[in-house]
Design a protein around this ligand. Sequence first.
Ligand code: GLN
Length: 194
Amino acid sequence: MVRIGVISVQGDVSEHLISAKRAMEDFGIVGEVVAVRRLRDIEGVDALIIPGGESTTISRIMKREGLMDRIRELHEERDIPIMGTCAGCIILAKEARDGEVDGLKLMDMRVRRNAFGRQRESFETSVEVEGFDSPFHAVFIRAPIIEAIWGRCRAIAKLNDRIVGAVDGRKIALTFHPELTSDYRFHRMFLEMI
Ligand code: GLN
C-alpha cells in the first residue's frame, strides 16, 4: 500500500491528485493519493509531489505550516522520493534566480524563474528524455529553466540546449507539467523510486 502526498496549498493541485491516481492504476500499484495541506497530512506519506503554481506563494505557505522542515527531515530520515513540476522544480532547487524563493534546497541545481520571457510564456513542444524511446509532449507555463547542475544531479530532459528536467538521487525536477497530459512515463520513473 503506497501513499503519495500532493502538496495542496496552491497551483494545479487537482490535476496532480488525479494524474497520480491514474498513473498508479495504470501500473497496477495499490495505494492512495492524499492532499497535504497541514503537517498532520504528511505523516505516513511514502513519496511527495510538489505541483506547479506560484513558487513564492507555495513556499511561503509550506514554511508557515511547518512542511518545509518536516520534508527536510523525511529526506534525511528516509530519502523519500519527491517530484517537483514547474514551481515545484523551483522549490526543490538549491538556488533560484529571479525572485526570492526560500525552498527545500534538496537538489544540486540552479534554476531561473520565468526563463522563457513574455513572448513564449506558455507553449507546448516535444522534449527528448533520457531513457524514453520517444519524445515527451511537454506543456510549459511561465516555466523556469535549470541553468546549472552540479554534484550528483544530472540532466534527463532537454529543450534545444536548455535543461528542462533533472534527477538528483530520488528527487525529480521538471520545468513543465506532466500532470496535464495522459503520458505517465515520468510518474512511472517517480513511482519506481519508492
Ligand atoms: N512562474 C512560476 C513561478 O515562478 C512557475 C509557473 C508554473 O508553475 N507553471 O513560481
